[in-house]
Design a protein around this ligand. Structure first.
Ligand code: SF4
Length: 322
């Protein structure tokens, strides 16, 4: 590209949403695997059940450092060490780990663990527990497995409106932690209409990180012609961010990394909103800004809607390890 060409490229503003990228639960889970990989004198492999967090780059990075990712515990040799992912597991998986004499490092996010304990508590008082979430997501499978005989999955308002339960006076709801705020409110509304005595958790199950990233990306979208969200396709909170922006009427795309940018998206975009899901590494955002710079000069502006200060202690088995 000649300086002459460069002059013809349009100037853009990159409006960075804040908060974005890693949350406390994701940092804790990645840190747990890294502590095991870095343990002095380690010889045995470090096994991880499922993707530790839903991000292709994170998983590839840890695999390159020696982590062995498996789908199920029967692929882990008896007696080995295994890390359970941030999305949580059902009691069946814990029992399988016990039977195989595995050393378990449980990287379940404490905010997911809170939903599991609510499921147990609600079921113990005789309620039908309605879990609002997406079928097949690992977090949902783990939560459903907590009290399967008392829990029913509802994915949308129509399902909520048609739900039948043994005792309509004894119904509580829980939600997946990474849902869209607006859609979830509609499902809860439909449940409440059907079951006026519906009970819920004391606080929101949609976690602080999901909430903050959605509100921040919506604020950015109000000023942007186009919004890019960095994240993997199986990252629930990242996908929800794209959806809420689109519902607000702004073009939005989920991109795994800078290489996924389609130049045609930028044709009419003078303000590009940029964010990243809770499992996407911050350096991918930096690379996207750099890549946008190849399409014309950019000015980066950050729009902060809230400041996060949440941290979680490492899981017990690696807590004292540097
Ligand atoms: Fe925990 Fe929320 Fe992060 Fe999931 S997105 S790991 S629930 S803080």
């Amino acid at each position: 590209m000649t300086p002459q060409d460069d002059k013809q490229l349009p100037h853009r503003t990159v409006l960075l949403a804040s908060p974005r990228s890693f949350c406390a639960g994701v940092e804790r889970a990645i840190d747990a695997v890294e502590r095991l990989l870095d343990a002095p004198g380690r010889e045995a492999p470090v096994y991880v059940r499922k993707q530790i967090v839903h991000n292709t780059h994170v998983v590839a990075g840890l695999a390159a450092r020696g982590a062995v990712f498996v789908e199920e515990l029967d692929a882990v040799p008896p007696g080995a060490t295994v890390v359970l992912s941030a999305h949580g597991v059902s009691p069946r998986v814990r029992e399988q780990a016990r039977q195989r004499h595995l050393t378990v490092v449980d990287a379940t996010c404490p905010l997911v663990a809170k939903v599991h304990s609510e499921a147990r508590r609600f079921a113990a008082r005789g309620d039908t527990v309605v879990l609002i979430g997406h079928a097949g997501h690992e977090e949902v499978e783990g939560t459903l497995g907590e009290v399967p005989e008392s829990t029913v999955l509802v994915q949308n308002a129509a399902q909520a409106a048609g739900l039948t339960v043994p005792d309509p006076a004894k119904v509580s709801y829980l939600t997946q932690t990474t849902l869209a705020l607006d859609e979830t409110a509609a499902v809860i509304g439909a449940l409440r209409e059907r079951f006026p005595l519906l009970q819920g958790p004391p606080g929101d199950d949609i976690c602080y990180a999901t909430t903050n990233r959605q509100l921040a990306v919506e604020a950015v979208a109000r000023r942007a012609d186009l919004v890019l969200v960095v994240g993997s396709a199986n990252s629930s909170n990242s996908v929800r961010m794209v959806e809420v922006v689109r519902r607000g009427g702004t073009e939005a795309h989920l991109i795994e990394d800078a290489s996924a940018i389609v130049p045609a998206w930028l044709d009419r975009a003078r303000v590009v909103g940029l964010s990243a899901g809770a499992s996407a590494p911050p350096e991918l955002v930096t690379e996207v800004i750099k890549a946008l710079g190849a399409h014309g000069p950019v000015t980066v502006e950050e729009l902060t809607t809230t400041v996060e200060d949440v941290t979680f202690q490492p899981p017990a088995p690696v807590r004292d390890q540097p």
